[in-house]
Ligand binder design. Structure first.
Ligand code: HEM
Length: 421
């Protein structure tokens, strides 16, 4: 039998602190140093294999080789994902639950998302006109909390908008945080889960009647493979798996604002609101800026790939950010260039800001299409439907904040709508 190739190995008893220090660039930095898209390290007290690139993504999303059980760190489940949600399932159970998510993403549902986002931007811009200045990140969180609840059929009384926005945002901001921010995230999750569990109970008792094409209706009545309704706890985790990431799109909205400000020539090209050009710009925002750094999984069995031995159960991490910036896949990856998407080959494994592979059978993000709809509409507003001034501010962002954001959160002043009021 041929001898296995040795996997380059980083020294150290545990290198988790380097991940916190280097953030999104942790895998890229070592891949450059080792001249290898695969290397071994130790993270969170265990052996870990790190991978980047298109071939690696093909491997990582092969359901015959990898599973998600016990892959995500506990602290992520306690804040970002919630426990027993679709992210932690495998096999038939995963496919059954995922089908529920994907059934919410019909063409009509995407169209409804676009219309709701449009309506909320109109309302927001009109309000901003009377404000001295506006912080895009915070405002986008609130705007998207309204969008998320309306789209998902979740009642949101006006006097609760700020509170619910805060809960949903805290879960996102807590993911990689330690100390107080992490505890805030846990606390917010527990309040948010109770809020949604009550709504699920009310739907089941017939006290509220969300429309049948909404998330609240669908998950309240979803039956598992044994034909049982989901426990209200699990239904709430899944409904929050829709609400929370819609609010998280505020991070992309903030980076979109940054790109609009920093790329006047690219902005100019958008002035006819051409759908294809809006989409190219949004795709480049998702490729270029850091958001979701890595995805974790574990091999189901021992196998050999490209001469390297993989052992059952060993934590394996795919570099999403690094794959989107891989120099073998992208020309001048550190250049912001929406036109590159004119000739993108559409591979499900080389452009993976929201995961790769197949939506239905794998763990690729269920909300990728609605993310793009929200972003195109938001871009059109920021590029074409409002006038504003941009004061001097620190728009830099760092690679070791996760999630990363422009430090100023993008402040604009003297907002004037450029649409009929
Ligand atoms: C804000 C921008 C977003 C980013 C950067 C993002 C990123 C991701 C990533 C990286 C994954 C995991 C892929 C993997 O494990 O291989 C994922 C999964 C998921 N996302 Fe998103 N997402 C976003 C927005 C959304 C939205 C708007 C929704 C729903 C409305 C959503 C729902 C989900 C769900 C349900 C999963 C789990 C899928 C599964 O395990 O099968 N995401 N997302």
């Amino acid at each position: 039998m041929e001898k296995a190739k040795p996997i380059p190995k980083e020294d150290g008893l545990d290198n988790s602190l380097d991940v916190l220090r280097e953030g999104y660039l942790y895998i890229t930095n070592r891949a450059i140093g080792f001249q290898s898209d695969i290397f071994e390290t130790r993270l969170l007290g265990e052996r870990a294999i790190c991978l980047r690139g298109e071939e690696a993504a093909k491997l990582f999303y092969d359901n015959d080789k990898f599973e998600r059980k016990k892959a995500a760190p506990k602290r992520v489940l306690k804040t970002l994902f919630g426990e027993d949600g679709v992210q932690t399932l495998d096999g038939e159970e995963h496919q059954h639950r995922k089908a529920m998510f994907m059934s919410l993403m019909s063409r009509e549902a995407l169209h409804r998302m676009r219309e709701i986002t449009h309506k909320q931007w109109i309302l927001a811009v009109k309000q901003w006109e009377s404000q001295q200045e506006v912080e895009i990140y915070e405002e986008a969180q609130e705007l998207l909390c309204r969008v998320a609840c309306e789209w998902a059929g979740v009642p949101l009384p006006e006097d609760q908008v700020k509170e619910k926005t805060k809960w949903l945002a805290a879960m996102i901001e807590a993911t990689a945080a330690i100390g107080i921010t992490h505890m805030k995230g846990r606390n917010a999750r527990s309040k948010a889960e109770k809020w949604i569990q009550n709504l699920v109970e009310n739907v089941r008792k017939g006290e509220i009647h969300p429309s049948e094409d909404t998330t609240l209706y669908a998950f309240s009545w979803h039956r598992d493979l044994r034909d049982k309704l989901l426990d209200k706890e699990v239904a709430a985790v899944e409904i929050l798996n829709i609400l929370r990431p819609i609010v998280a799109v505020s991070i992309y909205v903030c980076f979109t604002a940054l790109a609009v400000i920093q790329q006047p020539e690219e902005r100019q090209k958008l002035n006819n609101s051409d759908e294809k050009l809006l989409k190219n710009f949004v795709q480049e925002v998702r490729r270029f800026y850091p958001f979701f750094p890595f995805a974790p999984a574990r091999p189901i069995k021992d196998f050999t790939w490209n001469g390297y031995d993989f052992e059952k159960g060993v934590l394996t991490i795919l570099d999403l950010y690094g794959t989107n910036h891989h120099p073998n896949l992208w020309d001048n990856p550190e250049l912001f260039n929406p036109d590159r998407f004119n000739d993108w080959n559409g591979s499900p494994f080389n452009f993976i800001p929201q995961g790769g592979g197949d939506y239905h059978t794998g763990h690729r993000c269920a909300g990728e299409w609605i993310t793009i709809e929200i972003m195109k509409e938001s871009l059109d507003f920021m590029a074409n439907k409002m006038r504003y001034e941009v004061p001097v501010q620190d728009v830099s962002f760092s690679f070791n904040d996760m999630p990363s954001l422009p430090h100023s959160h993008i402040v604009i002043q003297k907002v004037k709508p450029l649409f009929e009021k």
